[in-house]
Design a protein around this ligand. Structure first.
Ligand code: NAG
Ligand code: NAG
Ligand code: NAG
Length: 373
């Protein structure tokens, strides 16, 4: 090789390194930029534990004169009842999104309504390229991941986890002293292509941090993310915009309305009771998907005690390639993810020697201690 050829090769290598550095910088910056975008709203207020325990959610009373809006109503695209199945190690879940009936509903990849009791749970397993939102409804669930994050969710608490380039974590129900079961929802949300390799992160959202709107004597809405009856959730929790509401009514015939942005896909999952939407009745554990043909969703409760979640997410215009908990946009990128996981590189460095402490179970006493840490 001549001197000039050697010089040329050096130049190419140098350019290559520059390009890689550039890509890394861009990936990193777009992540941190997006994490703190949206009119300076705080991502999460870190309130000391003692204060958290004392406070309950802030309750707002809805002012009726704000309700004079005239929404165009979204029509139903599809619906079915979620059937109970086995998942993880001995857990029972009702899966709706992520089944043959609805493979995915962009940006949503999966919705599980879970009921678990020790020794069942979801011990150490990896994720890549998506976010998971866990809404704990009953009992307690502990989690721990290889970045050092850990925590405990009490009823009404949520956890938002961004897997990004890679994470390994464990989600285990707490062995409650009264022997009761842990119940909740887990939603998987796709990440935009440009964020798939961002740094993993996670945060807990306590029940008391989510405002509740008392719309009238018969209707209350927990505003987890988004805006309902004039009350804003304040916090941005996921990279992919998601609006998440929990509606609760104890009276049959209660009317509800919820607006969504035009470019959001929207669905309802009924936790308890039944609903009438566009003159059709839907029962417990039904999932109802909407078309994008209106500004919002309108319905009426059809049973005395009715609870449901109404969730919307920004439609992502990208391919989805999914192998279990690895989500990518094409085969080439997926092969890369498998390689990273297999060799413990590019974010999966700790994958092969990290073991969670909670995988084999956690007592209620230890979980309460962990919560205080
Ligand atoms: C409700 O909103 C209207 C219009 O914004 C206002 O005039 C009225 O005083 C409000 N009522 C209460 C009880 O806040
Ligand atoms: C609602 O919209 C319809 C159609 O645009 C209109 O005819 C009706 O008057 C509106 N109602 C109210 C209360 O604004
Ligand atoms: C609440 O429910 C009661 C009993 O069903 C009913 O009489 C009342 O009109 C309802 N109020 C509203 C605002 O829907």
């Amino acid at each position: 090789m001549s001197e000039s050829e050697k010089e040329k090769l050096k130049g190419i290598n140098y350019l290559r390194i520059l390009a890689i550095t550039f890509v890394i910088l861009i990936t990193f910056q777009s992540c941190s930029y997006l994490a703190f975008k949206k009119d300076n709203r705080q991502l999460l207020s870190f309130v000391p534990v003692e204060e958290q325990e004392l406070k309950d959610s802030i309750i707002y009373r809805f002012n009726d004169s704000e309700m004079s809006k005239n929404l165009s109503v979204r029509t139903v695209l599809k619906y079915f009842t979620a059937i109970e199945q086995e998942e993880g190690v001995g857990a029972r879940v009702r899966r709706s999104i992520g089944t043959t009936k609805m493979r995915r509903f962009t940006p949503f990849l999966m919705l599980d309504d879970f009921s678990i009791k020790p020794p069942a749970g979801f011990p150490d397993h990896p994720h890549h390229g998506q976010e998971t939102i866990t809404y704990n409804l009953k009992g307690m669930i502990a989690h721990e991941d290889f970045t050092g994050s850990k925590g405990v969710l009490f009823p009404g608490d949520l956890q938002f986890m961004t897997a990004g380039k890679g994470i390994v974590h464990s989600e285990i129900p707490v062995e409650l002293e009264d022997g009761s079961i842990t119940k909740g929802l887990q939603l998987w949300v796709d990440l935009p292509t440009e964020l798939k390799n961002c740094e993993p992160r996670y945060r807990d959202l306590r029940k008391r941090e989510t405002p509740e709107v008392k719309v009238n004597d018969n209707l209350t809405v927990r505003v987890i993310s988004g805006k309902s009856y004039g009350v804003d959730s304040v916090q941005e929790l996921a990279y992919t915009p998601v609006h998440f509401y929990h509606f609760i009514t104890s009276k049959k015939g209660t009317v509800f309305t919820q607006e969504f942005p035009k470019d959001f896909n929207v669905f309802i999952y009924i936790l308890d009771g039944s609903l009438v939407i566009n003159e059709q009745v839907f029962s417990e554990h039904s999932v109802v998907f909407f078309n994008t043909d209106g500004e919002g969703v309108v319905g009426t409760s059809a049973s005395e005690d009715t609870q449901f979640v109404l969730i919307g997410g920004k439609i992502l215009d990208q391919e989805v390639l999914q192998y279990g908990p690895f989500v990518e946009t094409d085969k080439k990128r997926m092969i890369e993810v498998f390689r990273n996981y297999q060799y413990g590189i590019n974010g999966f460095e700790k994958a092969h020697f990290w073991d969670s402490k909670i995988a084999c179970g956690i007592s209620e006493m230890d979980a309460r201690k962990l919560y205080k840490e």
